[in-house]
Design a protein around this ligand. Structure first.
Ligand code: RP5
Length: 177
């Protein structure tokens, strides 16, 4: 495994999620997915591969993902974003796509390119940008939690914390009026 395909989120555990992005300029967005996996203690690998600029690297990374032990791939790209689709073309693992707002069309181009997959080759497409990247991480955890009680319990706690934060915000707002 090369240095950019590092394992993270656990003490030497093998990666179960792969995060791939079209360019290192996407990292500011895709970091949100990595942060979630770190929060939940899920081991992941992270790299750059482009469906257009390095199609062989992208195909090789996707087609070897299952044998490397990955269970889910999160793919983020901008512009005519074919990366998530290319991952789906070369792997039958669940693919979560994150459209990135890096072009002058502010991600609408990437959204359509990522979401409009032909029947038979799905990509679970998230919202554009950082919110989508965060949700990609959470969705990956939810899929893994189907067979992992520790993660399922952590997800429950995560939701309770979110609900408590909303309660706090509502109280704060009420007290200021
Ligand atoms: C896409 O082109 C990448 O996913 C990135 O969002 C965008 C710009 O890439 P760079 O020119 O910054 O490398 O393929």
């Amino acid at each position: 495994m090369s240095s950019e395909e590092k394992k993270a989120g656990g003490s030497g555990e093998s990666a179960v999620v792969g995060i791939v992005m079209g360019s290192d300029s996407d990292l500011g967005v895709m970091q949100s997915a990595a942060n979630v996996l770190k929060e939940f203690g899920v081991a992941f690998e992270i790299t750059v591969a482009s469906a257009h600029r390095s199609p062989r690297r992208a195909a090789q990374w996707a087609s070897s993902a299952r044998e490397r032990g990955l269970k889910i791939i999160i793919a983020g790209a901008g512009h005519a974003a074919h990366l998530a689709g290319a991952m789906a073309a070369h792997s039958s693992l669940p693919i979560i796509g994150v459209p990135i707002d890096s072009s002058c069309l502010q991600g609408l181009d990437a959204l359509l390119a990522t979401v409009q997959m032909p029947p038979g080759i799905p990509v679970a497409t998230m919202a554009i940008g950082k919110s989508g990247a965060r949700n990609a991480g959470i969705l990956a955890v939810q899929i893994l939690a189907l067979a992992d009680d520790r993660l399922a319990a952590q997800l429950e706690k995560y939701r309770q914390n979110m609900a408590a934060e909303v309660e706090q915000k509502a109280k704060k707002l009420k007290s200021s009026y």
